[in-house]
Design a protein around this ligand. Structure first.
Ligand code: NPQ
Ligand code: MG
Length: 368
C-alpha cells in the first residue's frame, strides 16, 4: 500500500456548553486530525487526546509530535500491505495509543474507501442503527443538572451517564431518580476521582439501581477495582485502566470489572477495540462504546463499532449536537434515541470543506 503523504490538521471546535468532569472543565475541543493520502483515496483519523494530560498521559501536542517525528516517518518508509499491518509497524514505539489509533484509522479509511467497503462491514457490525446514551457533566447545582437531564431525555437519549466526583455523587443520583423515575437507564463515571477508602461512600449508590460505576479508582489500580467490586453492588466498569485486549482479559480474570467501556483511541485503534469486544464477549462481559467528544469523523467510526453484537449497552455515541452547534461533517442526528450506522465506503462521512477550513488552526503535510 503506497501512502503518498500524511497531513496533520489542528482544529478548534467550540462546545455548545462547558463540559465539567472530575479532572476539569472544557469549553473548546482542540483536535488533531490525520489525513492519509494514497493514489486511490484519502482517509481520515481523529486523535482523541485532550489539550492537557488529564484524562490520560496523552495530550494533543505530544500526539502531533510523536506522529511527526516517529509514527508517520515509520509508516511512509515501510509501505505496509494494508491497515491491518500498521499496529505491528508502530509497536516499537512505546505508548501513544491515541496517536497510533488516529494514524491507523486514517490508513484504514483510505483502504476501505478505495475498496468500497464500510467500517461497519469491516469491523463486523450486525445492526444498522445503535441506541445512544449521553454523558452529563458536573453542574453547579442540582436544579441545573435536572434541567440538563430532562432536556436530554426529551431529545430521546436512552441512557444517562452522570459525571461524579467526591461531593457530587449520591445527591445528584438521588435527585435524578426522584425526578425521572426508576426506569431511566442510569450510570455514573468518576474518571478516577476516588480511592478504596471511599468504598463506603460509593456503596451508598447501591440503592439506586445504576447500570454501572465507571472508573472510580486510579488508572493503575486494577487490583483496587477488584477489591471495590466486592464492597459495592453496582457493577464496576473500567475505562482508563483498559489500554489493550490483554488488559481487558487480565482485569476480567482479576474480577476488577463486569463491564468495559471500549474507546478506540484509548486502546490504539478500531482493530484492537474489536479484539477487546471479542475478549469480553467470550467471557460474558458487556461492553459499550465510549466517547471523547469526537467530531463526525470519529463519531462515524464509533457508531460502526457500537453496531457489533457484543455492544449490549447504549454508548456515549451521542448526536453531534450534544457537543457542537456545527460539526465538520454532516451532523449525526438522533432518531428515536438511535444513530444510523454509516453504510457508505470507509467512515461513510467526510469533512465539509468550508466548515473544516473555518475551524482549522494549523496544517502540515508530511511526505517520505
Ligand atoms: C469518559 N468522555 O468517558 C470521557 C471523558 C472525557 C463523554 O464522558 C475533552 C476531550 C473533554 C475529551 C471530557 C465522556 C473531555 C474528554 C471528558 C473526555 O471518561
Ligand atoms: Mg469514562
Amino acid at each position: 500500500m503506497k501512502i503518498a503523504g500524511v497531513e496533520l490538521l489542528r482544529v478548534a471546535m467550540p462546545l455548545v456548553a462547558p463540559f465539567r468532569t472530575s479532572f476539569g472543565t472544557e469549553t473548546t475541543r482542540d483536535i488533531l486530525l490525520v489525513r492519509a493520502v494514497t493514489a486511490d483515496a484519502e482517509g481520515w483519523g481523529e486523535c482523541v487526546a485532550m489539550s492537557s494530560p488529564r484524562y490520560s498521559s496523552e495530550y494533543v501536542d505530544a500526539a502531533a509530535d510523536v506522529l511527526r517525528r516517529f509514527l508517520v516517518p515509520a509508516l511512509l518508509a515501510a509501505e505496509p500491505p494494508g491497515a491491518h499491518a500498521v499496529a505491528d509497524l508502530l509497536a516499537p514505539f512505546k505508548g501513544h495509543r491515541m496517536a497510533k489509533a488516529a494514524l491507523e484509522t486514517a490508513v484504514l479509511d483510505a483502504e476501505l474507501r478505495a475498496a468500497g467497503r464500510s467500517f461497519a462491514r469491516e469491523l463486523g457490525a450486525v445492526r444498522d442503527r445503535v441506541p445512544c446514551g449521553v454523558s452529563v457533566g458536573i453542574m453547579d447545582s442540582i436544579p441545573a443538572l435536572l434541567d440538563a437531564v430532562g432536556g436530554y431525555l426529551a431529545e430521546g437519549y436512552l441512557r444517562i451517564k452522570l459525571k461524579i466526583e467526591p461531593g457530587w455523587d449520591v445527591e445528584p443520583v438521588r435527585a435524578v431518580r426522584e425526578r425521572y423515575g426508576d426506569d431511566v437507564l442510569l450510570q455514573v463515571d468518576a474518571n478516577t476521582a476516588y480511592t478504596l477508602a471511599d468504598a463506603g461512600q460509593l456503596a451508598r449508590l447501591d440503592p439506586f439501581d445504576l447500570l454501572l460505576i465507571e472508573q472510580p479508582l486510579d488508572e493503575d489500580d486494577v487490583l483496587g477495582h477488584a477489591e471495590l467490586a466486592r464492597l459495592v453492588r453496582t457493577p464496576v466498569c473500567l475505562d482508563e485502566s483498559i489500554g489493550s485486549a490483554r488488559d481487558a482479559a487480565a482485569a476480567i480474570r482479576l474480577g476488577a470489572c463486569r463491564v468495559v467501556n471500549v474507546k478506540p483511541g484509548r486502546v490504539g485503534g478500531y482493530l484492537e477495540a474489536r479484539r477487546i469486544h471479542d475478549v469480553c464477549a467470550a467471557r460474558g462481559v458487556a461492553v459499550w462504546c465510549g466517547g471523547m467528544l469526537e467530531t463526525g469523523l470519529g463519531r462515524a467510526a464509533n457508531v460502526a463499532l457500537a453496531a457489533l453484537p457484543g455492544f449490549t449497552l447504549p454508548g456515549d455515541t451521542s448526536a453531534s449536537g450534544r457537543y457542537y452547534a456545527a460539526d465538520i461533517t454532516e451532523p449525526f442526528v438522533l432518531d428515536d434515541g438511535h444513530l444510523p450506522v454509516p453504510a457508505l465506503p470507509g467512515l461513510g462521512v467526510a469533512p465539509l470543506p468550508g466548515r473544516l477550513a473555518e475551524v482549522t488552526t494549523a496544517a502540515e503535510w508530511l511526505t517520505g
